[in-house]
Write a protein that binds this ligand. Structure first.
Ligand code: NAI
Ligand code: MG
Length: 334
């Protein structure tokens, strides 16, 4: 049972960092890679940024390794309809948990788990002409809250984490975040028996604590919009976009992608930082229960960073493939 991996390079530096990551994976095991298209170039070629065929391949795969895609400007779209590849995949595959770890191999190590399907991102927005009011619905379901909170606690158990913090604004949003917090508190009782502590913080205070005292956090679980904002704030605490991996997990598949975009300003120069995508692949290996191999990657990246074998975004002068070479060398020596 060789793992089936759907590989989507996408656009721009996705075409650099993804093939380099596949090279690293090939050092660590046998995988069946199935390449599929998505993104802006694909949209220009075939009129669809995410063809049905790609969705089919993704559904049939265990994991998807995703680079990054360029979003067309509204003027380029004219009257053509456009669907976002990543949003489409999250929806079609019901990838409800977005995991963003933040670690710097030194004093920082926490994970944000963001609900990926509801909240303010259900896109139920409308404009009430008569009263000149714009309204957005925020949907928090018991089902959606339960499965993300359970996911966060299970993640804590499986990854030797000690504490899960619920991030909310239940003092103001009494009904929606009230439900989210209630579900959290109920479920925390069960996991307390398994040795997982729990607490909760208001979103605004959390934004401040992340800067003043990020060490107080271990696993954070939160609703869609809060998680989106907090995880970008967290990326700012470490080496920035070139170092930040992420995972989108559903009950059947997992999609793994760097947090960064297609970086058109540096695309084609061979200087993009492959580490965010390589660390995303480590998360993929964890998901495939290849934890030993995942750890090889993280150790190799740590060593590479410590030895200052870096691309220009981190102040080095190595090329994308040279950083990959250093990581592969380090994996081979472990
Ligand atoms: P970006 O993440 O592509 O780039 C922001 C800055 O960070 C640029 O200066 C870039 O050179 C640098 N950077 C990003 N990743 C890097 C890496 N691996 N190594 C070295 N430097 C790196 O964000 P931007 O410029 O706002 O967006 C560019 C395009 O990407 C847009 O079309 C945007 O819509 C799309 N995008 C796609 C995402 C995805 O596919 N998930 C996520 C974010 C943006
Ligand atoms: Mg975001």
């Amino acid at each position: 049972n060789t793992p089936k991996i759907c590989v989507i390079n996408g656009d721009g530096i996705g075409n650099e960092v993804v093939p380099e990551t596949v090279r690293v994976l090939n050092e660590l095991g046998d995988f069946e890679f199935i390449h599929a298209h998505a993104g802006y170039e694909c949209f220009k070629r075939c009129g669809d940024a995410i063809p049905e065929n790609t969705i089919e391949i993704a559904k049939e795969s265990d994991c998807i390794l995703f680079g990054s895609v360029t979003t067309p400007k509204p003027t380029e779209l004219k009257n053509k309809s456009y669907r976002s590849p990543i949003l489409t995949l999250r929806k079609e595959l019901d990838l409800y948990a977005n995991i963003r770890p933040t670690y710097n191999f030194d004093n920082l190590d926490f994970v944000i788990i963001r609900e990926n399907t509801e909240g303010l991102y259900v896109k139920k927005e409308y404009y009430d002409e008569k009263n000149e009011v714009a309204i957005a619905e925020r949907i928090i379901s018991k089902f959606g809250s339960s499965r993300i909170v359970k996911f966060a606690f299970d993640y804590a158990v499986q990854n030797n984490r000690k504490k899960v913090s619920c991030i909310h604004k239940a003092n103001v949003l009494r009904v929606t975040d009230g439900l989210f917090l209630e579900v959290f508190e109920e479920m925390s009782k069960h996991y307390e028996k398994l040795g997982i502590k729990s607490d909760d913080y208001l979103i605004d205070a959390t934004a401040m604590y992340l800067i003043r005292n990020p060490q107080m956090f271990d696993v954070l679980v939160t609703t869609n919009l809060f998680g989106d904002i907090l995880s970008d704030e967290a990326a700012g605490l470490i080496g920035g976009l070139g170092m930040s991996p992420s995972a989108n997990i559903g009950d059947k598949n997992g999609l793994f992608e760097p947090v960064h975009g297609s970086a058109p300003d540096i695309a084609g120069k061979g200087i993009s930082n492959p580490i965010a995508t390589i660390l995303s692949a480590a998360m993929m290996l964890d998901h495939l229960k290849m934890n030993k191999e995942a750890e090889y990657i993280r150790k190799a990246v740590k060593k590479t960073v410590e030895c200052k074998y870096l691309t220009p975004d981190l102040g080095g002068n190595l090329k994308t493939f040279e950083v990959t070479e250093k990581i592969i060398e380090s994996i081979r020596s472990q």
